[in-house]
Design a protein around this ligand. Sequence first.
Ligand SMILES: [Ca+2]
Ligand SMILES: [Ca+2]
Length: 187
Amino acid sequence: MKNLFNLFFLIGLFSSCVHDPCKKQPCNNGGTCSKGLCECTEGWGGLDCSEEQTPSKMYITKIVLLHYTGSKPGGLSWDSLDAADIYLYFIKNGFGGPIYTSQTIQNANSNISYEFIPSNPVKIDKPLDNYIINLWDNDGGWPKDELIASGSFVPYIKGEKFPKKVFKELSWGQMTAKVEIYYDYEW
Ligand SMILES: [Ca+2]
Ligand SMILES: [Ca+2]
């Protein structure tokens, strides 16, 4: 009986060495394998951690304005004496109110980039919804302000593996602006 026990013990030891299910690293996207099961990093699921999980929330931590059209159609400057006083404005499509209004940068140079860092990260509570970003020239508030460029975007796009930074081109007629939006994710 004792010999039989030893035999089973040896077979068990042998097979656990040879058939270690973690040996071929089955876990993707930074997941770790333990006893053949994957423990996935945040945002990933499925048996082998290859399934993107839709984030429950996202946050905008920074926006960089790379460039904007420095004059109105016809070549007029944004203000009669000087350049545009720019600010960014984010709206959730269909729900009116802004989720973020940046500070205004007076007489912005259209060819240099500006960083906008919200005092608190801007919460996006529906990452699959449509949002709108506008770049305005501040002429003293609505309705005097002039729209420089606008664009709509869906914060979360499945298959893109949760980029920390996305590039967007905004437009309004012939006018354009280029921005980078920085994201954090929450599941
Ligand atoms: Ca103006
Ligand atoms: Ca101005």
